[in-house]
Design a binder for this molecule. Structure first.
Ligand code: ARG
Length: 276
């Protein structure tokens, strides 16, 4: 079978430098406040990711880090932008609550019209739990985002929202268990065991040709990846994903975000996509 011809398209990302990143509380199983974080290394790893996006021709917008918000580097959680409309976040844990306002303020300052901004009623942790393909918005819940946010997102974006139930605390956000590889083709990769039996059946029905990750690659947070349609940036330790991605015509780009992994996040968590 010949691999599908792939093409990258220029993306606009919002990122937040980990200037105040540390692990002082634990809201997911990856976070251990007893393990020290090497801040200069975290910054260098984050800069590598940003530079890689720039080298690939993408635009990176920057959000100012706030000293009291150590998880702000995980910019994917702060909002979801589809068709130029911004669904704000509402965090499940008080430690991160103030990030939602910082994101909305950024959008206001950067030219978004009030009519295109929505501060949600129900808990949703942005692109941590929302994934966007051409046909659907996938919405994870079980640990963070409320199932009630699905109706809110569907009404706001006018796109069908498909709910997916997460069942393994290590994969507490949808973007730790599923990655959109090609939105136009509705093509994803995911780790089946992270989902409830019913949600697994939904995934099989919607994405029969999906790339299924092994437990090992999922545990390396290999699904916390970002694709531009051709390049797939993912944790370098998720080695089992590289060949299957190449076989599909993608170019895997291994990244080292080992320090940020101590917060329970990797490539995708650090990257919010601003979809025009
Ligand atoms: N420490 C953060 C939290 O638990 C990590 C968030 C990771 N972000 C993501 N999009 N999965 O909320």
């Amino acid at each position: 079978m010949r691999p599908t011809p792939r093409e990258s398209s220029p993306r606009r990302y919002l990122m937040c430098p980990p200037a105040h990143f540390t692990v002082t509380y634990s809201i997911n199983p990856w976070m251990d406040p007893a393990k020290p974080v090497d801040l200069p290394l975290a910054l260098a790893q984050w800069e590598d990711l940003r530079d890689r996006y720039l080298t690939l021709g993408h635009t990176v917008e920057l959000l100012d880090p706030v000293p009291e918000l150590p998880d702000m580097v995980f910019a994917a959680n702060g909002a979801t932008v589809v068709g130029g409309r911004v669904l704000g976040a509402r965090f499940a844990h008080p430690e991160r609550a103030a990030e939602a306002g910082a994101h909305l303020a950024w959008f206001r300052r950067n030219g978004w019209a009030e009519a295109d901004l929505w501060a949600p009623e129900h808990v949703n942790e942005g692109e941590g739990d929302f994934a966007v393909t051409a046909s659907w918005i996938l919405a994870g819940s079980g640990f963070r985002s409320s199932p009630l946010c699905r109706a809110e997102a569907q009404e706001f974006f006018g796109r069908p929202v498909i709910g997916l139930e997460l069942v393994d605390p290590r994969y507490y956000h949808l973007d730790t268990a599923l990655c959109v590889l090609d939105e136009e083709r509705d093509e994803v990769m995911y780790f089946p065991d992270a989902f409830s039996p019913g949600s697994r059946s939904v995934l099989e029905r919607l994405f029969p040709d999906a790339l299924r990750a092994t437990a090992e690659d999922a545990a390396a947070l290999g699904l916390n990846a970002v694709s531009d349609g051709l390049h797939v940036l993912l944790p370098q330790t998720a080695t089992g994903l590289f060949d299957p991605l190449r076989a599909r015509g993608f170019e895997p780009v291994g990244m080292d975000l080992g320090e940020l992994l101590k917060g329970g996040g990797s490539v995708k968590c650090c990257t919010q996509e601003l979809r025009p």
